[in-house]
Design a protein around this ligand. Structure first.
Ligand SMILES: [Cu+2]
Length: 184
């Protein structure tokens, strides 16, 4: 008697487990694991600017067990946005330019955008970005999934790198001054 009761409880537990497993794997896990869903944004902010272009910084944390890749960005505050890196220019002085391949966030790792390094470039600002204001930025991932976060505008004197458009992959890059870096 006791044995059979236990067995039926056990079987019931098993069927619950099976039901849960089925529910999880049917739609979400198999067909629609979006890169954007595994990424959380921290420490995001935008450098204040009246017009032209400005930089946005953040730390991206990827909880997935595979890398994800940010391939594009946009913001309602800007005409368009680019993913930039800082690299030695023709004269050897650092310039910023579109980062080939985008930002790859390693599996279970972080990717940091910071002044003097990789950043999001908001181009052709549509209105002044004043300190204390906020703006939204949307990231697009390699699988075309997107995520949007809100960044606060801050005063910041750094990140004045010279812009060297195009690595050949942005045909419509703006006409930027071709003067070499001034070093300050
Ligand atoms: Cu830039």
């Amino acid at each position: 008697m006791k044995t059979s009761i236990r067995r039926s409880v056990f079987v019931t537990a098993l069927s619950f487990a099976a039901a849960f497993a089925g529910a999880c794997s049917s739609d979400d896990a198999e067909s629609a694991h979006r890169e954007a869903d595994s990424v959380v944004v921290h420490e995001q902010w935008v450098k204040a600017a009246d017009s032209g272009m400005t930089s946005a910084f953040a730390e991206f944390r990827n909880s997935a067990d595979s890398e994800v890749r940010v391939v594009a960005a946009s913001s309602p505050a800007a005409g368009w946005a680019e993913l930039h890196e800082i690299a030695p220019g023709d004269t050897g002085a650092p310039v910023m330019r579109p980062k080939a391949g985008g930002f790859v966030i390693p599996a279970d790792g972080t990717y940091t955008l910071a002044a003097g390094g990789d950043h999001l470039m908001l181009m052709d600002l549509l209105a002044p970005l004043t300190p204390g204001a906020e703006t939204e930025i949307t990231l697009e991932f390699a699988d075309r999934s997107t995520m949007t976060f809100t960044a606060q505008v801050r005063d910041f004197a750094g990140a004045q790198e010279n812009y060297q458009p195009g690595g050949g992959d942005t045909a419509d890059a703006p006409a930027a001054p071709s003067t070499p870096a001034h070093g300050g």
